[in-house]
Ligand binder design. Structure first.
Ligand code: ADP
Ligand code: MG
Length: 253
């Protein structure tokens, strides 16, 4: 995408779980090259919004367009194929396989019709291509040295990076990360931030759902703040930090 191109247009998306309005007509946009943060107190509707955007949950109403195409009705796999990739809050891995195998397999499952077909159709050329791509993405995020380690032996920081490498295998224009810094130690957070900045410098756009205020403040171009399912405010990190409503809602001061 050209820098500044409108990538993601979230237009009044809504999700009701029975009588509970978890996401109440929320709108925001992401342009190519931006890192956007989505923050708010627990239960604000961040994860639900994220799932609506990535097609993991169906919307009660509203519209999501990606690169000019209405993707509201598409399944998550179809959305991923169009260049929007995501990670999940809890690391998903096959602990007895190597980092490289985890990334290669994840890349395949994202780009194909599923496990059964993966088994049937995986010819040698395709397999080689997948492993080359997985290796390339691990090198890109600085994990090439660890690619032959068992995934189950990784600390949480490298495990999160492995998940990012896997999401990168489909060559996304937009990467959605669900609480990537949660539970990480200071050093690991710094390493993660460096990788995310590098991806941005390579032209990628990112949407981060995050609890860690400092992490979001230092990394993002713009922040969307949610409370009780609605968008409270949107602005630069400085604007959000100075907003009395945000201090009241989010920081409790
Ligand atoms: P956040 O990620 O900001 O903490 P969530 O999006 O997870 O918030 O949740 C928003 C609200 O929707 C919460 O009140 C939560 O309990 C509710 N909720 C989330 N998922 C479901 C579900 N599958 N069924 C019923 N209620 C849900
Ligand atoms: Mg959540």
């Amino acid at each position: 995408p050209a820098p500044g191109e409108l990538l993601l247009d979230v237009d009044r998306v809504r999700k009701q779980f029975g009588g509970l309005v978890a996401v109440n007509d929320v709108s925001f946009q992401i342009h190519a090259g931006e890192i956007i943060g989505l923050i708010g107190p627990n239960g604000a509707g961040k994860s639900t919004t994220f799932n609506l955007v990535s097609g993991v949950l169906s919307k009660t109403s509203g519209r999501v367009s990606f690169r000019g195409e209405d993707v509201s009705a598409l399944a998550s796999r179809e959305i991923a194929r169009r260049g929007m990739s995501r990670t999940f809050q809890h690391v998903k891995m096959l602990p007895d396989m190597t980092v490289l195998e985890n990334v290669a397999l994840g890349g395949y499952l994202r780009s194909s019709a599923g496990m059964a077909q993966a088994m049937l159709r995986l010819d040698r050329d395709e397999e080689r291509r997948l492993f080359r791509e997985a290796e390339r993405q691990l090198e890109r995020i600085g994990m090439k040295e660890q690619m032959h380690e068992l995934a189950g032996n990784l600390a949480l920081g490298p495990a999160r990076l492995m998940e990012i490498a896997r999401a990168l295998c489909t060559d996304p224009a937009l990467l959605l990360l669900d609480e990537p810094a949660a539970g990480l130690r200071h050093k690991e957070k710094q390493a993660l931030a460096a990788v995310l900045r590098q991806l941005k410098s390579e032209g990628m756009s990112l949407l981060l759902v995050e609890h860690d205020m400092d992490f979001v403040m230092n990394l993002t171009d713009r922040i969307v703040v949610m409370e009780f399912g609605t968008k409270l405010i949107e602005g630069t990190p400085a604007e959000v930090q100075d907003s009395p409503e945000v201090r009241a809602a989010y920081l409790g001061t």
